[in-house]
Write a protein that binds this ligand. Structure first.
Ligand SMILES: NC(=O)CC[C@H](N)C(=O)O
Length: 411
C-alpha cells in the first residue's frame, strides 16, 4: 500500500537524519543520545493521512510523531514541543486558538544559487515589474499554478480565508482559518510543502525565505492567538468588549519571554534581514490596537474574537516551534501575572529594537537562557542551538558576492 511504504520510508530517513544531528553537536554527550547513536521511531498520526493531490501516481502522506524506544515523545521533535505546551494549557482547562498568516514569493525556477530570484514569466509572456499589492492581474496570469494549488490545499483540508497579492514583486499571502494549534501547525507545514512541490510542476519556485529579494519586503508568518476556557468563552475579553486582565498578562508574557526565544521566530541568518524600520516588519515587541508598526498587534474585534497577533515570525520559521514558543510565553505571562508596557498609539518604529538583531546574537541569547529551557525543555534548547551552530559554521565556509564586490577591490 502506498501509504504504508511512504510512512516506513519517512520513518527511516528522518530517524537517520536526527541521529546524524545527534552525533555532531554538543548534545552527543546527552544521555538520551549517547555515542551509540540509538534508534528513534516515527509513529504515523493517521488522523493526518491524506492522498497527495499533486502527484501523477497515487501517493499518500501522514504526519508522524517522533518517539523514543521507551514510547516517550522525542524531546527534540518540533511536534513534541508543541504537544507539551498544549498539555500545559489543557491541565488548566484552557484551549489556545491560533491562525497563521503565510507569506511567500513565487519566482522563476532558480537553479543557480548565485543568481537573484526573478519574478515569474506567465504563459502570456509577461513578468510582473512593479509592486502590485492587492492586484488580481498576476493572480490571473499565474492561474495554472493557483488553480492547482488551491484545489490541492482544499483537498488536504487546509482552509484559507484570505488570499492576496502582497506588497512585494510576485509576493502572496494566504491566511488560514483559526483553530486548534496542532492542526494549524500541521496545515502550515503541509501548506509550504504543497506550494513548493506544485510550483516546481509549473516551472516556478515557491520561496518561504524571510527576505529572499534585496529591496523587496520580507515574508512573515504572523500568528493570531486567543485562549478559550472549558465553556468555550474567549478569556481575553469581557462580555462588554473590554480586555481582561489575563489578556494583558498574556501580552506581558510575550514581551518578557519572546526575546530569549527569538531564534524560533527567526531561525536563519537570512531571517534578520527582514526586520527593517518602516517595512511593516516589526523591530520590537511594543503592542498596540490595530497598529501594524508593533510586534504585537491587537486587531479590532468582537469579544468572541479578541486576540493578539504576534508579527515577529518570518515565513521561514518552523510552524510547530513558533506556535509552541508564542503560546508558552503567553501562558507564562498569565501564570506570573506579568504586566505589558503601555500600548503604542503612534509608530513603534520610533522606539528602539528590543530583539536580537543578528542570528548569532539570538543563538547566544537562547543558549544562555534559563527561561527558554524552562518553557520548552533543556534537551530541546541544547539540541536546537547545537544544530544552528553547525549551520553558522556552514555559512562561514562560503564566500558570497558582497565580499567579492566590496572587499576584493578594497582589501
Ligand atoms: N501583511 C503585512 O503586514 C506585511 C508583513 C511583512 N511582509 C513582514 O515581513 O512582516
Amino acid at each position: 500500500m502506498p501509504a504504508r511504504s511512504f510512512a516506513q520510508g519517512a520513518e527511516l530517513r528522518i530517524a537517520q537524519a536526527i541521529s546524524m544531528q545527534a552525533i555532531t553537536g554538543e548534545y552527543s554527550y546527552d544521555p538520551i543520545f549517547p555515542d551509540a547513536d540509538p534508534d528513534l521511531l516515527l509513529v504515523p498520526d493517521y488522523s493526518t493521512l491524506k492522498m497527495i493531490p499533486w502527484t501523477t501516481v497515487p501517493r499518500a502522506f501522514a504526519i508522524h510523531d517522533c518517539v523514543l524506544l521507551d514510547g516517550n515523545l522525542c524531546p527534540f521533535a518540533p511536534r513534541s514541543i508543541l504537544k507539551n505546551v498544549l498539555a500545559r494549557y489543557q491541565a488548566l482547562g484552557l484551549t489556545p486558538v491560533v491562525a497563521p498568516e503565510i507569506e511567500f514569493y513565487l519566482t522563476e525556477a532558480n537553479t543557480d544559487p548565485s543568481a537573484p530570484y526573478q519574478a515569474p514569466i506567465s504563459k502570456s509572456g509577461r513578468a510582473e515589474n512593479g509592486q502590485s499589492a492587492f492586484s488580481m492581474n498576476m493572480l490571473n496570469e499565474l492561474a495554472p499554478f493557483w488553480d492547482e494549488f488551491n484545489a490541492a490545499i482544499d483537498a488536504i483540508g487546509i482552509k484559507g480565508d484570505t488570499w492576496i497579492h502582497e506588497m512585494g514583486l510576485s509576493q502572496y499571502e494566504i491566511n488560514l482559518v483559526h483553530g486548534d494549534p496542532q492542526a494549524l501547525a500541521d496545515q502550515a507545514f503541509m501548506f509550504k510543502y504543497a506550494a513548493k512541490e506544485i510550483a516546481i510542476k509549473h516551472g516556478l519556485n515557491a520561496i518561504f525565505m524571510a527576505k529572499p529579494i534585496a529591496g523587496q519586503p520580507g515574508s512573515s508568518m504572523h500568528l493570531h492567538q486567543s485562549v478559550v476556557d472549558d465553556k468555550g468563552n474567549n478569556i481575553f475579553s469581557h462580555a462588554d468588549g473590554s480586555d481582561t486582565e489575563r489578556f494583558h498578562h498574556y501580552i506581558g508574557g510575550l514581551q518578557k519571554y519572546l526575546p530569549d526565544l527569538m531564534l524560533l521566530f527567526a531561525p536563519n541568518i537570512n531571517s534578520f534581514r527582514r526586520y527593517i524600520s518602516g517595512s511593516q516588519a516589526p523591530i520590537n515587541l511594543s503592542w498596540g490596537v490595530d497598529n501594524r508598526t508593533t510586534g504585537l498587534r491587537v486587531p479590532l474585534s468582537a469579544p468572541v474574537a479578541r486576540r493578539v497577533e504576534n508579527r515577529i515570525a518570518g515565513a521561514d520559521a518552523n510552524p510547530y516551534l513558533m506556535i509552541a514558543a508564542s503560546l508558552a510565553a503567553g501562558l507564562a505571562g498569565m501564570e506570573e501575572k506579568l504586566s505589558p508596557s503601555a500600548p503604542e498609539t503612534g509608530s513603534a518604529y520610533e522606539s528602539s529594537h528590543d530583539l536580537a538583531q543578528t542570528f548569532l546574537a539570538a543563538l547566544t541569547q537562547m543558549r544562555q537562557s534559563d527561561s527558554a529551557r524552562r518553557l520548552l525543555g533543556d534537551d530541546f534548547v541544547t539540541g536546537f542551538v547545537s544544530v544552528k551552530e553547525i549551520e553558522f559554521q556552514s555559512y562561514l565556509s562560503e564566500i558570497g558576492a558582497w565580499e567579492r564586490r566590496f572587499l576584493g577591490p578594497q582589501c
